[in-house]
Design a protein around this ligand. Structure first.
Ligand code: AMP
Ligand code: GLY
Length: 420
């Protein structure tokens, strides 16, 4: 099987590595890829969000399967175009990708499916902002009502800060979404979905804030671990029953069936899991940890989703133990990152590339905000943490920063769902 992966982050590096371990995958290409992915895959330059360009490449390269990593091409309808050309594609239609692309669509589906989620209101007129903020009260949750790569959200008890963020969004012409605050540890549950059948992967947790102790601004994700030692054994099964299956069925019944990876971002509140958001693709950096533990051949699995034969697949096979991902970010991230710095040690095992490129002289240099994802594995979370942080000691990128506490509290048994 010849597999073409679309995207250029550490998530796509993890997908490409997973696919390369599948004996059924005979050739791999990635577009546009990065310096690390080039070691295991052919690379092609492509505008990932252009349906015609991606389809032309998939056709010319004779792909048997196209796997689309990021949300922007999915929302732009790249999967529709690839499928229309007769090539199996892992990833939802542009219409189904609205579960991530439009908060209003997602809230509407959830309401119809009876799925618990935060109460929300859209404010598109600055004159209505203060009254709306007053209705919600602290803790304020202020979001950009559109795709914002996790960075358009401010969660704060400070009314002035909430107001300032909302005004910045409104001044930029973006409607603001206010939400009630959901209390409790967050869980990322990734589910393979082929229109009706749902197969959950191991649950993971992401670290959204830039600084240790969950301080500083939100980012695209600074680290992750999987599985969750503090969660009930039936967490995935019960979230599928109460949340994922009703949403998947509601979408299918509306004629907008979902096929691909449905990512539920959940808050484990005292009254049970509630949805913070849905994404229409694998999460980054959780995928880097989750796929490190998957033993089932990945190509065959993703193809079964694309072909609608997921229900016939054997149960997933997972390695024992834990995996931890730590993101190495460039100076300035999540603001304006510095790029072009030489990276030393980035070709080591367990080092996945995101914002990297190879310079003409052969040096690997930084080329984005989140530069690398370092993945450690071990018998338990503490061992996986140690493995990841040991690998980081052999890396060098001037000015870079990373969190030192990924999975720390969970490894010490300090994470729990708050009591009601
Ligand atoms: P989002 O881009 O919607 O995933 O939000 C980014 C992050 O903000 C989430 O991962 C949460 O940490 C936080 N967040 C978003 N919405 C809420 C909410 N309603 N209650 C509590 N935290 C939230
Ligand atoms: N880990 C957050 C995301 O992928 O959206």
């Amino acid at each position: 099987m010849r597999v073409l992966v679309i995207g250029s982050g550490a998530r796509e590096h993890a997908l490409v590595l997973g696919l390369s371990r599948d004996p059924g995958v005979t050739a791999l290409a990635c577009a546009p890829g990065n310096a690390g992915i080039a070691a295991v895959s052919e690379l092609y330059g492509v505008e990932a969000s252009d349906p015609a360009e991606v389809t032309a490449l998939a056709t010319k390269w004779n792909a048997d399967l196209v796997v689309i990593g990021p949300e922007v091409p999915l929302v732009a309808g790249v999967a529709d175009a690839v499928k229309a050309a007769g090539i199996p594609c892992f990833g939802p239609s542009g219409e189904a990708a609205q579960i991530e692309g439009s908060k209003a669509f997602a809230k509407d589906i959830m309401a119809a499916a009876g799925v618990p989620t935060a109460h929300s209101e859209i404010v598109d007129n600055p004159a209505r902002l203060d009254a709306a903020l007053q209705r919600f009260g602290p803790t304020y949750v202020v979001k950009d009502d559109g795709l914002a790569a996790g960075k358009g959200v401010v969660v704060t008890a400070d009314l002035a800060a909430a107001r300032a963020h909302a005004m910045t969004l409104l001044d930029g012409g973006h409607p603001v979404l206010l939400e009630s605050f959901l209390e409790g540890p967050e869980v990322s549950l990734f589910c393979l979905v082929d229109e009706r059948t749902v197969v959950p992967l191991l649950p993971a947790q992401d670290f959204k804030r830039v600084g240790d102790g969950d301080t500083g601004p939100n980012t695209g994700g600074m680290g992750a671990y999987s599985p969750l030692p503090w969660a009930a054994d039936d967490l995935a099964a019960s979230v599928v029953t109460k949340i994922i299956q009703p949403v998947v069925d509601e979408m299918a019944n509306r004629g907008v069936p979902f096929s691909g990876l449905l990512y539920a971002g959940l808050a484990m509140t005292p009254t049970g899991p509630q949805v913070i958001e849905f994404n229409c693709r694998f999460g980054d950096p959780e995928t880097q940890a989750v796929l490190a533990l998957l033993r089932t051949p990945l190509g065959e699995l993703l193809l079964s989703v694309a072909n609608g034969t997921l229900a016939a697949q054997p149960p997933l096979d997972w390695a024992d133990g834990s995996a931890v991902t730590v993101v190495i970010a460039a100076e300035g991230y999540p603001g304006r990152p510095r790029t072009g710095d030489v990276i030393a040690g980035s070709e080591a095992e367990g080092v996945l590339h995101a914002g990297t490129r190879r310079r003409d002289d052969g040096a690997v240099v930084s080329n984005g905000g989140r530069v690398l994802s370092v993945v450690g594995v071990g018998d338990d979370l503490e061992a996986a943490r140690q493995d990841a942080y040991r690998r980081i000691e052999n890396l060098h990128l001037a000015g870079s920063h990373h969190r030192t506490d990924i999975a720390l509290r969970a490894s010490r048994g300090e994470v729990a769902v708050p009591a009601s």
